[in-house]
Design a protein around this ligand. Structure first.
Ligand code: ADP
Ligand code: G6P
Length: 452
């Protein structure tokens, strides 16, 4: 196989110590470390005014060539904030009520995909395999084909794919499904997503045009485990440990996003303090939630709502020497996070819907095998079908969250070890490496079959 070309909207800046929060960038960075040569093309994260097509910036770092383009402020609004994150994101997370469709946003989405295709074209080499990532770029294969590209082009959707009964509510549903059929192979996270997408393609008469494959994403558990051990003696973990005075710590780590079920989760924790008062004055819940997509209205509203909820809970339950919830909205370096996970007795991961959820896998990989913590996980996360030994909960049910937290906080070491050993085996069997290897092998085959 020749060079691997990754295309995604979000491309991390390889020279920044603080990498962006988000599963896509994290998993791909793990994949590209092992590639002999690769190109990662996408948005630079900047906005500027330009006429016609933008200039491509090229930077090579650790064998990966990064090629990025800016967006104009109007494209950033129409394509990124509104169509991708105000329409496709809520729709694919089963939140039709939050979807706010307008035709100009759809036009902008298509224009920017066309611009991506034109900017990428001169960078391509004859033996490349192109792998497009996520919902920002559904139309890209078709646009590349229109420009004469014959290379294998695959797609991976990092977020859920909803059933036809929801997807059809999107005015350009037909056009987007036709776009998906232009890829040689479409990968999704779970069997449920694959079934939903196949059914949509079947109804549109597009089955057979493109293959759909469930291919769950993972992390690099060996590297992450090492980071967690190394972080243990670092100053941040030491400070957190000392501040706990040997009392239990619950951790949550999520982008500040309504799909993560943060409001419901805080209510579940509040219910724990009400129904199991023995934890008052002892347990601490640390929620790390870096602000994400802060320009999008729904995200601004959520931030305000969470400030209020946390203030209310802390106000009602705190003692002068104990605060029930510690809350950070800034990013924390990954290495430090790894140490925080290792220190935490319980991880609380309760998205209302999630493509996969890498935080759950990171928590498992970071544990001390001799004294592992317990994972409370939403049964609506894409990780749930794999991580069945977690304490699975319905994220809408505050009582269920409270019960699971109580069970996690009181579980004896033997039970924690038994569950963790099984979870760890799962996390080690589906990694970023197996994900990309399985997908790319199938893409290679699909590309060959089309060319034959
Ligand atoms: P999503 O892709 O929806 O953000 P995931 O759980 O799959 O959800 O991936 C989130 C990734 O972002 C994880 O690798 C996690 O470690 C990282 N992350 C989340 N919050 C932070 C933070 N505060 N600082 C640094 N990285 C973070
Ligand atoms: C999720 C999406 C990614 C996205 C990330 C961060 O993981 O699947 O495509 O990059 O969130 O969101 P952002 O809008 O900041 O790129």
């Amino acid at each position: 196989m020749g060079r691997l070309v990754i295309v995604s909207n979000r491309v991390p800046d390889p020279r920044e110590r603080d990498q962006p929060a988000g599963g896509l960038a994290v998993a791909l960075a793990d994949v590209l470390r092992d590639e002999a040569s690769s190109l990662w093309f996408g948005w630079s994260g900047t906005q500027e005014d330009f006429e016609g097509d933008p200039k491509v910036a090229i930077d090579t770092h650790n064998k990966v060539t990064y090629a990025t383009i800016p967006l104009t402020p109007a494209q950033h609004r129409g394509y990124y904030q509104r169509f991708s994150n105000g329409i496709l994101w809520p729709l694919c997370h089963y939140r039709l009520g939050l979807m706010n469709y307008t035709q100009p946003d759809w036009d902008s989405y298509q224009d920017v995909n066309g611009m991506f295709a034109r900017a990428l074209l001169p960078l391509l080499k004859p033996d490349d395999t192109i792998w497009v990532q996520d919902y920002h770029l559904f139309p890209l294969a078709q646009m590349l084909r229109n420009l004469g590209v014959t290379a294998p082009v695959g797609f991976f959707l990092h977020i859920p794919f909803p059933p036809w009964s929801l997807f059809r509510a999107l005015p350009p549903a037909d056009a987007l499904l036709a776009d998906m059929a232009a890829f040689d192979l479409v990968g999704v996270q779970t069997d449920e997503d694959a079934d939903n997408l196949k059914e949509c393609l079947r109804i549109e008469g597009l089955d057979g045009a493109s293959r759909v494959m469930a291919c769950p994403i993972g992390i690099d558990p060996v590297k992450f485990g090492e980071e967690a051990r190394a972080a243990w003696d670092g100053s941040e973990v030491k400070r957190l440990r000392e501040s706990m005075h040997d009392e239990p710590l619950i951790i949550g780590v999520d982008r500040l996003d309504y799909s993560k079920g943060l409001e419901e989760r805080f209510q579940g924790y509040e219910r724990l303090l009400t129904r199991y008062p023995e934890h008052r004055g002892h347990v601490t819940y640390l929620q790390v939630a870096p602000v994400s997509r802060g320009e999008v209205e729904e995200y601004r509203l959520l931030r305000r709502q969470l400030d209020e909820t946390i203030g209310r809970i802390n106000g009602a339950f705190a003692e002068f020497d104990w605060t029930p919830i510690r809350y950070l909205t800034r990013p924390v370096p990954r290495q430090v996070l790894a140490g925080f996970y290792r220190l935490a007795d319980v991880a609380l991961v309760t998205p209302l819907r999630d493509g996969m959820n890498l935080v759950a896998k990171e928590y498992i990989a970071a544990q001390d095998p001799e004294n592992p913590g317990a994972l409370v996980l939403s049964h609506l996360a894409g990780a749930a079908p794999e991580l069945t030994e977690a304490l699975l909960v319905n994220p809408h049910d505050a009582d269920a969250i409270a019960d699971a937290l109580h069970q996690a906080l009181t579980m004896d070491k033997a039970a924690r070890k038994r569950r963790w050993t099984l979870l760890d085996t799962e996390v080690r069997s589906t990694t970023a490496g197996t994900w990309s290897r399985d997908f790319l092998a199938a893409l290679y085959k699909a590309g060959k079959a089309r060319q034959a």
